[in-house]
Design a protein around this ligand. Structure first.
Ligand code: IPE
Ligand code: IPE
Ligand code: MG
Length: 259
């Protein structure tokens, strides 16, 4: 069984994905970039199913960044319409599976009214579901999110000396969203590209060369297997000392998995 290598008692409760590499996947096959986005849908819903099967409680995916408006107008138009289309076709199925749909991102004038309406409808339809929260980051930028939170703090009139991390965190787009335990980025790029800047502070990062359209639940499980080998220290020292997964020899070289 695919999940045999996983410890199902230590599944990350929040997994975030930067679904990257659609364009290159298509171009390497002589197809237009938009075909890569189309092919990414199967990957996305296989990952949703795979996450549901092992009890991931929060899944957040980066669908469109605040910087993606800089792409050619035809590609931007395709992405807007494709996201509308996916919402219409998939929301009932997600609802039946007990998935709560949410969105994070800026709702500025560039986002078509029709798409905003579909987002609101999907959120309303699924708001009582509790099996998993599936958050779509659309017109999302981590810096924009922090700027919007700071604006809300200033508007609240709170005095500067009373501002804490909590003051900011509770004004992010979804204050209920826990910080991701694991962030996966496909397609070989090792950067965040403005995804969840505040929330990723202590997330484990996993990068794979697999392009998003080829990513499937087995790849999710492999990322989680690697995550389960990591030791999250949150700035503290290891309670396990020398028995942690990675130790160093006397010459400073890394010695993996001591026996
Ligand atoms: C990710 O794939 C999808 C979006 C950004 C919407 P890309 O379109 O970035 O694909 P590459 O990275 O150019 O291959
Ligand atoms: C990040 O990917 C945004 C999404 C996956 C939606 P990009 O392809 O836009 O990021 P860069 O440009 O390679 O940094
Ligand atoms: Mg990309």
């Amino acid at each position: 069984m695919i999940t045999a290598a996983l410890d199902l008692d230590r599944v990350p409760s929040h997994v975030a994905c930067v679904m990257d590499g659609n364009g290159r996947w298509a171009q390497s096959r002589g197809l237009p970039r938009t075909e890569g986005h189309r092919a990414g849908e199967e990957a996305l819903f296989d990952v949703v199913d795979g996450a549901l099967d092992i009890g991931v409680e929060w899944l957040t995916v980066y669908a469109f960044s605040t910087e993606n408006w800089r792409r050619p107008p035809d590609e931007v138009r395709f992405l807007l319409e494709f996201n509308e289309d996916i919402l219409l076709r998939r929301r009932d199925d997600l609802h039946e599976r007990g998935v709560r749909i949410r969105f994070v991102g800026r709702r500025d004038r560039r986002v078509p009214k029709k798409l905003i309406q579909l987002m609101d409808d999907a959120v309303e339809l699924t708001r009582r579901n509790r099996r998993m929260t599936f958050t779509i980051a659309f017109n999302y930028g981590g810096r924009a999110e922090i700027v919007d939170a700071v604006r809300a703090v200033v508007n609240s009139g709170i005095s500067a000396d009373r501002i804490t991390e909590r003051t900011i965190a509770c004004r992010l787009y979804d204050p209920e969203m826990p910080e991701p335990d694991l962030m996966i980025r496909t397609s070989g790029e090792c950067r965040t590209s403005n995804f969840l800047l505040w929330e990723l502070a202590y997330s484990e990062l996993y990068f794979t060369d697999t392009a998003w359209p080829d990513f499937r639940r087995v790849d999710l499980y492999e990322a989680i297997r690697v995550y389960q080998e990591r030791e999250r220290r949150f700035g503290q020292v290891s309670p396990n000392g020398a028995s942690s997964a990675i130790t160093f020899n006397g010459d400073g070289k890394r010695r993996d998995h001591p026996g």
